[in-house]
Design a protein around this ligand. Sequence first.
Ligand SMILES: NC(=O)c1ccc[n+]([C@@H]2O[C@H](COP(=O)([O-])OP(=O)(O)OC[C@H]3O[C@@H](n4cnc5c(N)ncnc54)[C@H](OP(=O)(O)O)[C@@H]3O)[C@@H](O)[C@H]2O)c1
Length: 326
Amino acid sequence: MSLLIIGGTGTLGRQIVRRALDEGHSVRCMVRSQKRAAFLKEWGAELVWGDLCEPDSLPPVLEGITAVIDAATTRATDSSNIQKVDWYGKVSVIQAVEAAGIKRYIFCSILDAQDHREVPLMEIKHCTELFLKESQLQYTILQLSGFLQGLIGQYAIPILENQTVWVTGEAAPIAYMDTQDIARFAVRSLSLKDTIHRSFPVVGLRAWGGYEIIRLCERLTSKEAKVSRMPIGILRAVRNFAGFFAWGVNLSDRLAFTEVLTSGKSLTADMSQTYQVYGIESGEITTLESYLQDYFSRIMKKLKEIEFQQEKLREKQKNKNKSFWY
Ligand SMILES: NC(=O)c1ccc[n+]([C@@H]2O[C@H](COP(=O)([O-])OP(=O)(O)OC[C@H]3O[C@@H](n4cnc5c(N)ncnc54)[C@H](OP(=O)(O)O)[C@@H]3O)[C@@H](O)[C@H]2O)c1
């Protein structure tokens, strides 16, 4: 299959590229920066310049393609806002895919988007799902929650470095999933007729609250976390303030997720049908415990190696000084 991946440099996108290449697909990635995407070329993907915000760049990218996996979204650091990328950009790409006569389209959405229409990105994801359903495409929609990879910056590193971990006390638990597991579902969709014209939740084994994750990290690192609670009211105030300014719109849209976290409803779903259709068993899915355990043991091993090297250097320096004096 000649596959186009949009968002291949992203946290999830790169795992989809890796998986698709490993499974023998010919992979093209639409990228905005060849430099940022150099690692994808090293893996064996073809890189073609394209930008969701530039509709004219799309038709050449789609030449010779038989299926598209879309794992792109607005970067928090970008000057483009989510309306430009996640709405107008996605509408342009879906129309260009239809015009190119390509049928298969796998779309990464967010779980329960239809229930949180007050959150701009959720509203856009919901509308994009509807837009796809009205298109001629053989779509599959993967409804995702949080990624395990996001927990490293949020909890693991601050705890290892004795920095403050910020939590919102009232935050709803989230069923985080490893992006490598999500990539398996995304790529397998291409070979399963039963996934055409359907939406599937693709989420982790169980929902975890912030304090539970902190306790687990403390146990795995034998360190005590410095936890500070961020009142929801402050997040809302920052969101409203940032929303007044052009530079703050992206930030404001992201902080809008506060409303999802405080809705009281866990971001999780019953995966039994997804497992059944995809022929994947729950036992094959990475647990949050094993993911963090693996991360910490790799880091601890690296730290011990560095300590050992530093000790060796100190010994060498000591012996050098001794031989100078005698
Ligand atoms: N992260 C989560 O916890 C989460 C949860 C639920 C659903 N999702 C969904 O899962 C998907 C992947 O998310 P992610 O966190 O892996 O994303 P990410 O790491 O932020 O990566 C975003 C990707 O989109 C690309 N992109 C951004 N603007 C673009 C444009 N104008 N034209 C072309 N490409 C553009 C970026 O390319 P550059 O390298 O050029 O910037 C990058 O490859 C998204 O659809 C997201 O909504 C994510």
